[in-house]
Design a binder for this molecule. Structure first.
Ligand SMILES: Nc1ncnc2c1ncn2[C@@H]1O[C@H](COP(=O)(O)OP(=O)(O)O)[C@@H](O)[C@H]1O
Ligand SMILES: [Mg+2]
Length: 607
């Protein structure tokens, strides 16, 4: 049901977007002192830059014109002091800016991650991991650039432009107005450029992602590619993507080259105009030579702020879009919540009841489960049998509240599981799923994930039950790092670890979704033997495909058409329910496992 929330390369209207920038304030607030310091540093440095041309003017029109060397010393010292001040302010700005924006970025990213962990499984069903990753990485970075750079320089540069323009007009108004008016188109060009540039660089990024995905997929699937002899086909597809990437990169470079040409050319043209106009003014006595020099020097100070305003504005829009995308995530609400008082409840020995339970996935039209009634008494084991897609996995996910029922209720010892704190529920109910996920941690950490306080003896017992003694033979034993970057294990080994993880610490209620599917017959019977001992004291719901697993259970429930149609002893169901018989025998054939002697007897009895 993955929905494509594709990345939109167009940059939307400014109006409504800026509102989401305001919502960033709580993240900036703790660092507002540093932000203020950044603004002060940046503004101060620019003002000093402005002051130096003014001193130059005094030097030229004073000591130089008068050939008075003694007048040079105080002005020279002043220029030196300003130079040192500029260097200091520059340092101050960089330091405060980096410190505040990195801290803000970390807070925002931490908040997003913890929010993601709090969101229900139903949310993660809808969002692809690529979408989440791009929000957590590139969107957060673009917010950092905005907070630490664009926002500050937008303010500072607008202020400096205004100050310099006033000065220029004050020095010699005809030239001042000329250079101010000539600058206006640059702002427009800057905005246009940044928007185009954003689109192109997004495309480049997406294309890089595409090519990387290709490589990743083919490395993971290298066996299949080789076995099917599709090397050339796969390479051809990659090559096409690489060629497109090259084209996009070239387009990006062209755009950059073009804009820099304009940015370089325009000030030179204006400068030429100023020089010509200025020379006439000096010749006509309207300006002194020193004033012309300082006019030109001031003008050069103004070039960068003017050039930047356009793209700073556009990058503000980009940050607003990023903020929108981030808040889209942060606004998703955790729906699996603790009850209001949040207090732990006293529970009994673990009587699990499903009363009229119904469930439909969000966005799905038909319910997967309806009117499911099931009671498992303390210590009893019920096997859940049903065809593929009948809703077995869904049913097991309802017990630890990975999803909440959409009708009816589930109780443990008479208490609705929605009235238990989620942490209490999940410490009572242990689960193991079909796909045994292991994390990049040591084997011990993987095992004790649900019970970090487990003792060594408990870990050893769980390993024993799950027939997972192979972990002791790993290079570093229990300390061997497993998972994606660690030791790779076979499917059966992973399942046994997942099973050990579930039975560790002897939970009251155990929910196993087909935990033995990847085991060979010999290991399976060993695990079953050990599991039988655990199941004696545990209320358990075990999804089963094979007759041998079903035989672990006291009773069997047949799930068909979204509800439990039959409930009873394995032998009775085999004898009386053709649907049950066909599911179990189909699975048996598929696995290539011969029916057990006892089952054959049962089958015979049924006919
Ligand atoms: N995350 C999901 N979102 C929407 N539909 C789902 C999801 N997971 C499973 N389904 C659908 O629910 C039905 C039952 O699936 P499942 O519980 O996995 O069956 P089983 O474990 O018995 O094979 C199937 O039709 C499946 O397509
Ligand atoms: Mg399943």
């Amino acid at each position: 049901m993955a929905k494509d929330l594709g990345v939109s390369p167009t940059i939307p209207e400014a109006g409504p977007r800026l509102a989401s920038l305001k919502r960033l304030w709580p993240y900036i607030r703790p660092y507002r002192g540093l932000v203020l310091l950044t603004v002060v540093g940046a503004l101060g440095a620019t003002l000093v830059q402005i002051a130096i041309p003014l001193i130059t003017q005094d030097v030229i029109d004073g000591p130089i014109a008068d050939r008075d060397k003694s007048g040079l010393i105080p002005l020279g010292l002043l220029a030196l002091a300003f130079g040192v001040a500029e260097a200091f302010l520059f340092f101050l700005r960089r330091w405060a800016m980096t410190k505040s924006s990195l801290a803000m970025e970390r807070d925002l990213r931490d908040h997003m991650y913890s929010h993601l962990l709090s969101l229900p499984v139903a949310f993660h069903d809808r969002w692809s991991s690529g979408q989440l990753l791009s929000r957590a990485s590139s969107d957060v970075s673009s917010i950092r650039r905005f907070v630490g750079f664009s926002a500050i320089f937008l303010v500072v540069n607008i202020v400096s432009c205004i100050v310099i323009m006033i000065l220029l007009i004050g020095i010699y108004w005809p030239l001042g107005i000329f250079s101010a008016v000539a600058a206006i188109p640059l702002i427009y060009v800057g905005v246009r450029f940044e928007r185009r540039y954003n689109v192109v660089s997004r495309q480049v990024q997406d294309q890089q992602g595409e090519a990387a995905t290709d490589v990743e997929e083919s490395v993971l699937g290298i066996r299949i590619i080789k076995a099917l002899g599709r090397r050339d086909l796969v390479f051809g597809r990659f090559d096409a993507k690489a060629v497109r990437l090259q084209g996009l990169e070239l387009g990006k470079i062209k755009l950059l080259a073009f804009i820099w040409a304009i940015f370089e050319l325009q000030p030179q043209l204006v400068l030429a105009g100023v020089l010509v106009g200025g020379s006439f003014a000096v010749a006509g006595g309207a300006m002194t030579l020193g004033t012309l020099v300082s006019f030109i020097a001031l003008f050069t100070v103004m070039v960068w702020p003017i050039l930047s305003i356009g793209w700073l504005l556009a990058s503000t829009l980009e940050a607003a879009t990023a903020a929108d995308r981030i808040f889209e995530l942060l606004d998703a609400e955790p729906t699996i919540l603790d009850p209001h008082d949040g207090r732990e409840q006293r529970l009994g020995p673990g009587r699990l009841r499903l009363e009229g339970v119904g469930f439909s996935y969000p966005d799905a039209s038909a319910p997967v489960l309806h009117d499911v009634d099931l009671e498992i008494t303390p210590g009893e084991t019920v096997a859940l049998v049903g065809a593929t897609g009948s809703g077995k996995t869904t049913l097991t996910a309802l017990v630890p509240r990975l999803y909440d029922v959409t009708a009816g209720r589930i109780t443990i010892d008479g208490v609705d599981i929605r009235e238990l704190p989620v942490s209490q529920l999940r410490s009572q109910v242990a689960t193991a799923f079909e796909d045994a996920t292991l994390f990049s941690m040591s084997a011990r950490e993987n095992l004790a994930l649900g019970r970090p306080d487990a003792t060594d003896a408990e870990v050893a017992e769980a390993i024993d039950i799950a027939q997972a003694a192979f972990v002791y033979d790993l290079p570093w034993g229990l300390d061997t790092r497993l998972g994606e970057q660690g030791m790779s294990l076979s499917g059966g080994q992973r399942q046994r670890l997942a099973l050990a993880r579930a039975v560790l610490g002897r939970p009251t209620v155990l929910v196993l979704d087909d935990p033995l599917s990847a085991l060979d017959v010999h290991t399976e019977s060993l695990v079953e033997e050990a599991l039988r001992r655990v199941l004696v004291g545990t209320t358990a719901l075990v999804v089963a495909h094979r007759p041998s697993t079903v035989l672990l259970a006291d009773r069997v429930a047949l799930l068909d058409g979204g509800t439990i149609t039959h409930m009873g002893l394995h032998s009775d169901l085999l004898a009386t329910v053709p649907a049950y018989r066909s599911i179990l025998s189909a699975e048996t054939d598929e696995d290539g496992v011969l029916p057990t002697a006892r089952q054959m007897q049962d089958e015979g009895a049924g006919r």
